[in-house]
Design a protein around this ligand. Structure first.
Ligand SMILES: [Fe+2]
Ligand SMILES: [Fe+2]
Length: 375
């Protein structure tokens, strides 16, 4: 049940598989992350896919009355399904069947028995390939910002895993693209372009980077400060890259240990950012203090109002707004006006109300067309 004012944002994934047990297992695995339509035979599947075109189709080895490979061939004859990513699930990894599936138009294959996490990362990667291809249609400055930050985010994930020091220069360079998109007014295309991407932390971080840069630009801060704000936004949750996907995206209530794991992203992120000797203090403040609250109820330091500077307060405002309006895969998001209402209602004692009012004015003034769609 979706609460009023919230918008569901899950990608639609379709399953065509004659094996009812596997079809149901798959469906329950995927339902936390995606909307799922299931089909047990080829005729119903082709009809259903035509009516509700999915972001991706999973095809089993048998789709009655014929094979999964033949079903993929039939799918590729349908104009609107010609480019839809298809993941073929093979029962036993027969190389001839796998080759036939790829020739018929499968974009990736998985062999039983498979790990749930492996399937989820294949689905995610396929959805992202499609989303990233769609960026070609965007204005060039918005496309550069999306591509530059995505490449940087991927490299950060790698160096985070391997404990190498991060290079601030590379971050600032990719965030200059975000600032260029903000100052030329094409930034709504960044928010639109990243909206359907399936990397939750990247989506949130790039949205925060764009909105922090917009905040800085609109209140007249110099370009160097806008870049610092964008870098802070892009890196503020970098510690989340160390948290397991299953905890980060858990739909049920978190245990106390899992809540602590999530809170630890702040300390982990700051330690990682300190590996760059030239990391600006402002970026460390944003990463370290975006969960602090004026009434002392935040974490990790429970700072109170007079211990939080302007940057700390701005990052809290933008982080809260971004998190509430993010197109998360596992829960509905809030419309912009609904988020602002909560920020100046229930959260009034926690975040700076003067900054909330200024940010609200900037957001609604600069993005009417995005706001109308609830972003
Ligand atoms: Fe955070
Ligand atoms: Fe955040």
């Amino acid at each position: 049940m979706i609460a009023p004012g919230k918008i569901p944002d899950k990608h639609l994934v379709a399953i065509a598989d004659g094996n009812s047990r596997h079809r149901e297992q798959l469906s329950s695995t995927l339902q936390s992350y995606y909307s799922v339509h299931t089909y047990g035979d080829s005729t119903n599947a082709l009809m259903g896919l035509g009516v509700s075109p999915p972001g991706l189709v999973i095809v089993g080895e048998y789709v009655p009355p014929s094979s999964g490979v033949n079903f993929i061939r039939a799918m590729r004859f349908e104009r609107e399904l010609g480019q839809t990513p298809v993941v073929f699930i093979s029962d036993n990894g027969d190389p001839d069947v796998l080759a036939a599936a790829l020739t018929a138009g499968a974009t990736d294959c998985i062999i039983k028995p498979y790990r749930r996490s492996a399937l989820l990362s294949v689905i995610s990667a396929q959805i992202n390939i499609k989303v990233e291809k769609s960026w070609k249609e965007l204005p060039s400055l918005a496309r550069d910002a999306l591509q530059d930050t995505l490449t940087l985010f991927g490299s950060i994930a790698d160096i985070f895993d391997q404990s190498y020091p991060i290079q601030y220069g590379a971050v600032a360079e990719s965030c200059a693209s975000v600032v260029d998109a903000v100052t030329t007014g094409v930034f709504p295309a960044i928010l639109e372009g990243v909206r359907d991407h399936d990397h939750v932390t990247f989506v949130h971080s790039l949205r925060a980077a764009t909105l922090l840069a917009l905040f800085g630009y609109s209140i007249g801060l110099p370009r160097s400060q806008q870049i610092l704000l964008a870098c802070g936004g892009l890196l503020h949750d970098v510690g989340k890259l160390a948290i397991r996907h299953s905890v980060l995206n858990k739909t049920e209530n978190l245990t106390e240990d899992e809540k602590q794991m999530i809170r630890d992203h702040v300390g982990l992120g700051v330690s990682f950012l300190r590996t760059a000797s030239d990391m600006p203090k402002g970026v460390l403040t944003i990463a370290g203090q975006h969960h602090e609250r004026l009434d002392g109820s935040g974490y990790p330091l429970a700072l109170v109002a007079n211990q939080q500077n302007e940057l700390s307060r701005m990052s809290a405002v933008v982080d809260v707004f971004t998190a509430m309006t993010d197109p998360r895969m596992y829960k509905p998001r809030y419309r912009a006006e609904e988020a602002f209402k909560i920020m100046s209602g229930d959260m009034a004692a926690q975040i700076d109300q003067e900054l909330v009012a200024r940010f609200r004015e900037i957001y609604l003034d600069t993005m009417p067309e995005v706001t109308a769609k609830g972003a």
